[in-house]
Write a protein that binds this ligand. Sequence first.
Ligand SMILES: *Cc1c(COP(=O)(O)O)cnc(C)c1O
Length: 370
Amino acid sequence: MNIPFIDLKQQYQALQSQIQIRINAVLEHGQYIMGPEVKELEVALADYTRSKYCITVASGTEALLISLMALNIQQGDEVITTPFTFVATVEVIVLLGAIPVFVDIEPDTCNIDVSLIEAKITERTRAIIPVGLYGQPPDMDEINAIAARHGGISVIEDGAQSFGATYKGNKSCNLSTIGCTSFFPSKPLGCYGDGGAIFTNDDSIAEACREIRVHGQSQRYVHTRIGVGGRMDTMQCAIILAKLERFAWEVEQRIAIGQRYNTLLDELGIVRVQQRPDRNSVFAQYTFFFDQRKALQLRLAELGIPSAVHYPVPLNEQPAYKHLCCSDCTPIARKISQTVISLPMGPDLSADDQLYIVNALLPSGGSINS
Ligand SMILES: *Cc1c(COP(=O)(O)O)cnc(C)c1O
């Protein structure tokens, strides 16, 4: 038995002909940068999320960076976020000379604990970046309300893991001022390289993002602001267009498979990440808590089951960032980082493989077969 952590091969096989047709079309027209598929994808994704604007960019990291630049976040500004996320969320804040202010997480969802946000707001707070960790949107209504109450604070949803998820009936990435996502291959909607997108309903933010994406250019060789080289290439947009045909089905599968993991782990009495009833996670990762994590990972590996840790160290304890925070300012994130473990997950994970994986969590020999 050798189960892939994320099975991209089966997905490719299911979509092979559509992907080939899309790739060939790009090779034929040869507009590798800003070709027609870029606009076509932006229209399709804006439609999918019911956002007014979608701006594709080179990666999820670039989406976050360009969003902060579009909001004119500068040296000394404070941006509130979670320490329990992929490094990119915090990296972009620091790159602009702004200060990340870390708020601890909820121990059951691992998303930012909104009850702790308000105490961290100062007159220098300019933005909040909540993350839809493991594919589940955070408490966006409460976060938006806090931002509105204090005035002048923008909310950027980092939806790199939650594209396709819903929150109170609305799509992730269209839940606040700006939504950002990533098309890294292992994300819920992945391309075959790097890619990302920014979503907004605000005309001037959309215009700023478009200009910043191409070196702050408003017209050819007129640079009205400082920008970056942040375009997503035509080939990657074409691949996502082909993948969109299957995406609604994949989201349904992810939810069904995630819920089946929930049922099976609950039967075993294993404590897992919880989902709130008013939203759907797309289970970018399937994650639970386990005290003897190292031993479990070794046992799973022997049985051909890969596992991963998202994330082993909170960002405010990483060497590059630890000077930004006192030593124990987010105790829940620290505690959770020591026990989280993620299992193989994806729309093509078979019911048999899933049962094999869950049975391997039992210390010895037992089995369940629902
Ligand atoms: C993957 C990820 C990013 C960065 O996306 P890239 O496309 O790899 O640059 C940002 N934030 C979170 C939460 C992520 O999981």
